[in-house]
Design a protein around this ligand. Structure first.
Ligand code: MLT
Length: 316
């Protein structure tokens, strides 16, 4: 433990338990999550930095944080952190990969049901005074669901779908074999066989626009796309074209290439069901994320092994 209480800077809104635990653990905590000058004012002396996805931890920001030893991401994706630069500077990066698994899996199932049943239109219309009981929408039963990326969240979603009578397929280039008997296919095969494609991959430079015009075109006519992972995994221009031509029957999007989203034609499309990146934003998931990153920072301070270090090549 350093002689001075180490300063932990909270850059984005995280659950209050994180600050409470760190203060109890003898840290000085500065909450700069309201924005403004606090982040800049304390960056130079910060030992630990807590972020969600709003703060972009760039090489330039890291250059202004000479004492930074640990960056803690209160969530799964670390695409807002320049991990190679942090590694070069011998800064450990940790995340909280298990905190939101259930919340995101539940959101995926909710979006899937709303989308296939076509409920978003009737909900709005009924609230506006309409009473239209005409037949529309489909059952989920009998459909084939394809997961692009088959990590914790996709597998939990699959577990929740067990009683819906769907066939489940998965594509994941990082899995040598299926962890639970689900058929692992090439991306092209999965896309051509799935009526509902649900994306659960981490965003990297290599898989930006993984779902481009060609790959969306391989999905069966009348199929659905769900993205609760990262917006840039889908080429939104190609997605809109596929919706406009009727090739896709609908899309549920919790994430966008730019957030808040600027492509109003996509947002306003009648078959697009948008939510504002809410996957991990439940009370339970946020409490866990705050607790997990605080525990990880305290472990680092006690020179204990870290549980979820993203760049394990950086030793203490
Ligand atoms: C994540 O990567 O954990 C999610 O995008 C949720 C978030 O941090 O808001």
């Amino acid at each position: 433990m350093p002689s001075e209480p180490p300063l932990i800077l909270i850059a984005d809104p995280v659950d209050a338990t994180a600050a409470q635990q760190l203060t109890r653990g003898n840290c000085r905590v500065v909450d700069a999550s309201a924005g403004g000058a606090a982040l800049e004012a304390h960056l130079a002396e910060a030992w630990g930095l807590i972020v969600r996805s709003r703060t972009k931890v760039t090489a330039e920001l890291l250059g202004r944080a000479p004492h930074l030893r640990v960056i803690a991401r209160a969530g799964v994706g670390v695409d807002n952190i320049d991990v190679p630069e942090a590694t070069r500077r011998r800064i450990r990066v940790v995340n909280a990969p298990t905190a939101a698994t259930q919340s995101v899996a539940e959101l995926t199932v909710a979006l899937m049901l709303l989308l296939v049943r076509g409920l978003y239109g009737p909900i709005h219309a009924t609230k506006s005074g309409s009473w239209n009981r005409s037949t529309h929408g489909h059952e989920l039963a009998g459909r084939t669901v394809g997961f692009v990326g088959y990590g914790r969240i996709a597998r939990e979603t699959r577990n929740r779908l067990r009683n819906f009578g769907v066939t489940v397929l998965a594509h994941d280039p990082f899995l040598p074999s299926s962890p639970d008997g689900t058929a692992l296919l090439s991306l092209h095969e999965l896309l051509s066989r799935s009526e509902i494609v649900s994306i659960h991959a981490a965003l990297t430079r290599e898989n930006t626009h993984l779902l481009n015009a060609d790959r969306i075109g391989r999905m069966p006519r009348g199929s659905y796309l769900i993205n609760v992972a990262r917006g840039a995994l889908v080429d939104e221009v190609a997605l809109l074209a596929a919706l406009e031509s009727g090739h896709l029957a609908g899309a549920a999007l919790d994430v966008f290439e730019v957030e808040p989203p600027t492509r109003t034609a996509l947002l306003e499309h009648p078959h697009v069901l948008p939510t504002p990146h809410l996957g991990a934003s439940t009370v339970e998931a946020q409490a866990r994320a705050g607790m997990h990153v605080a525990e990880e920072l305290l472990r680092a301070l006690r020179h204990e092994p870290l549980e979820y270090q993203v760049n394990p090549e950086v030793k203490e």
